[in-house]
Design a protein around this ligand. Structure first.
Ligand SMILES: Cc1ncc(COP(=O)(O)O)c(C=O)c1O
Length: 300
């Protein structure tokens, strides 16, 4: 794990897709399956943490405290870090402690992660006092902000732009946006004649007003984590047509907006486009269970 070679651009993970099933002919479109580089560390999650992990004092055991949603791929990636680094993981989880734990929460528990549940309001208004309490309980506590935001988060994305990588000359690069950290990191590596477009998992800028300053599109399908029949449909179409899983929170929304942009001629088919698939797949069953009634209605 020390050299992180697996983060280097790997041509085997770039898949050129024929979008003619979607009525788009001869598009120069590829998707980069970044989640394939590691079974657990989750596409952009380990890229965001790379610089921080490189600076970690590996001679002593520490507790890494962070904040996450209750079915988040970030939490899932963090929970696997103790297999590779001298870390214990302690997570401040948004929302009430559920009576029954879903797959992701069960995974976290099985991996030895300590979970502390607080309401969104408590976390947003009182994070410092929550942290102060937890920091007293754990040995050598360290903190990383929600979504893995840290001062070194760009560094793990540099290896996508190594010599001969198509990321160096793609006309358009698309990435999903949650906190915008991945977008910000990619922005440092693209050249002025390339266009980086983020697709937000949110449908309103009221959550992230600062994103307005960038080339970030709101998704037109649902709020964060919400349901829309088009999300479900595109997930199924991609699985059937390309054997490619998309997650409902980030990557399905991104791909739907890319296809829509082709249809509206916002992207010329002649231009080369790469969409970054950031993973998130462990959350699919949780989302499906959460929206089971609405999924059933599609077939009613
Ligand atoms: C699968 C997936 N894609 C995209 C994102 C959004 O990343 P960011 O918060 O860096 O915008 C996340 C969140 O970490 C994620 O789990």
């Amino acid at each position: 794990m020390d050299n992180f070679q697996f983060l280097n651009y790997n041509g085997e993970n770039l898949l050129k897709l024929d979008l003619s099933d979607f009525g788009i002919q001869e598009a120069n479109f590829s998707i980069y399956l970044d989640y394939l580089h590691h079974p657990y560390l989750g596409g952009n999650k380990i890229r965001k943490l790379y610089g921080w992990l490189m600076r970690l004092d590996k001679s002593r055991n520490s507790t890494l405290i962070s904040v996450s949603g209750n079915s988040s791929n970030y939490a899932f990636a963090l929970a696997h870090l103790p297999q590779y680094f001298p870390l214990n993981i302690c997570l401040i989880i948004r929302g009430h402690k559920p009576k029954v734990f879903h797959e992701t929460l069960r995974n976290l528990i099985d991996l030895g992660t300590s979970l502390h549940f607080y309401s969104n309001q408590e976390i947003d208004s009182n994070l410092n006092s929550i942290l102060a309490q937890l920091q007293e309980q754990y040995k050598n506590p360290l903190f990383i902000a929600e979504y893995g935001k840290n001062p070194y988060l760009n560094e793990g994305f540099e290896s996508l732009f190594i010599e001969n990588s198509p990321f160096l000359h793609a006309d358009y690069i698309f990435c999903p946006v949650g906190s915008g950290a991945t977008f910000e990191a990619l922005k440092t590596y693209i050249s002025p004649d390339q266009k980086l477009i983020g697709v937000s998992s949110f449908d309103s800028f009221s959550y992230h007003p600062y994103l307005l300053e960038n080339e970030i599109w709101l998704n037109s399908l649902s709020r964060f984590g919400g349901f829309h029949p088009e999300i479900y449909k595109i997930m199924n179409l991609f699985l059937e047509r390309y054997k490619l899983p998309l997650d409902p929170i980030y990557t399905a929304k991104m791909i739907w907006e890319v296809i829509n942009a082709y249809r509206l001629n916002k992207i010329p088919v002649s231009k080369s486009v790469i969409a970054l698939h950031t993973g998130g797949l462990q959350g699919i069953p949780v989302w499906k269970t959460r929206h089971n009634k609405k999924i059933q209605q599609i077939y009613a």
